[in-house]
Design a binder for this molecule. Structure first.
Ligand code: SF4
Ligand code: SF4
Length: 98
C-alpha cells in the first residue's frame, strides 16, 4: 500500500459573477475537477466552481471559457523531489537514445 499523495499542480479561481454557467469548462477538464453550482449567481446562472482537488494546471478550462475574466488558472511550483525524478528520467531517455 502506497502513502504517496499526488499533489495538485494547479489551482483554479472562478469569478462566479462573470460565469454564464455554460458548462464548457466542466466538460473540457480532463480530471473533471470543475462542477456547476446549485445556487444562482447575480445574473441567474449556475456558476462553475472548483471541486477542490485534481487540477493539473493544464489551462484547458481557461482556453475553453468564452467569458473573459471568469477563470484564472494558477500553476503551482512542483516539489523538489518531483523535479529530481524528472531530471533522472530525462537522463535515462538521453542514455537510451545514444
Ligand atoms: S487547469 Fe486543467 S485540470 Fe485544472 S481545472 Fe482547468 S481544465 Fe481542469
Ligand atoms: S466555461 Fe466559463 S462561462 Fe462556461 S461554465 Fe465554465 S467558467 Fe462559466
Amino acid at each position: 500500500m502506497s502513502d504517496i499523495v499526488k499533489q495538485d499542480r494547479g489551482q483554479l479561481r472562478i469569478d462566479e459573477d462573470e460565469c454564464k454557467g455554460c458548462g464548457l469548462c466542466v466538460e473540457a477538464c480532463p480530471p473533471k475537477a470543475i462542477r456547476l453550482s446549485e445556487h444562482l449567481n447575480h445574473s441567474g446562472y449556475r456558476p462553475a466552481y472548483y471541486a477542490g482537488s485534481g487540477c493539473t494546471g493544464c489551462g484547458i478550462c481557461f482556453m475553453t471559457c468564452p467569458e473573459p475574466g471568469a477563470i484564472t488558472v494558477l500553476r503551482l511550483a512542483r516539489p523538489a523531489a518531483a523535479r529530481q525524478i524528472d531530471s533522472k528520467m530525462q537522463g535515462a531517455v538521453a542514455c537510451a537514445s545514444n
